[in-house]
Design a protein around this ligand. Sequence first.
Ligand code: NI
Length: 226
Amino acid sequence: MIFQVDDVLKPEQVAQARQLLEKAEWVDGKATAGHQATRFKNNQQVPENHPIGKQIGEMILAALGQNQLFITAALPSKVSPPLFNRYQGGETYGTHVDNAIRQIPGTAQRMRTDISATLFLASPDEYDGGELMIEDTFGVHNVKLPAGHMILYPSGSLHQVKPVTRGARLASFFWIQSMVREDSQRTVLLDLDLAIQRLNKDYPEHPSAVQLIGVYHNLLQRWAEV
Ligand code: NI
């Protein structure tokens, strides 16, 4: 499923991140691309171990830890340290899928990439092009969100970033290993969770809510790995 989470960062946090990123070092984005992807990747990134990237990354991880909608949708088990990219002057990233397994930088640990996340740090009116195009069974989705908003999508889906023809597109990107590996199962759990939340709001203390929460937890117990 493709899922949007609004206002992950507050406007003042976006401003702070951008101020810091201006002082960061930017290198060729091919550094983190998988073998097949280096041919299509044409952008810039802050190096993985850069202190400014780490500082903003910690702010993003703290915000995610308090974001109930993100937790509900992703059921995160591991989140990779956020990275940062910039596209300008026609830069682009052609159609690819993300590597299925990633080494967590600075550790011997590896993680499965179930979900890819892009957190937009530039406002759509600052640049032309730069849409994140994601393909799924319903067709092609063009994503270009306000600064501070985030899109989640299955890491195995074909996606690309269209050329940026004016201005600069700034974003943070990272991966999530979910407690529930299968996208279709996460979709069922999210639908059920959101329906229970609506039921609780519209009909407080309706007896069916407890039963449905029971169904949710029984499915989670079958499908989740911790
Ligand atoms: Ni990608």
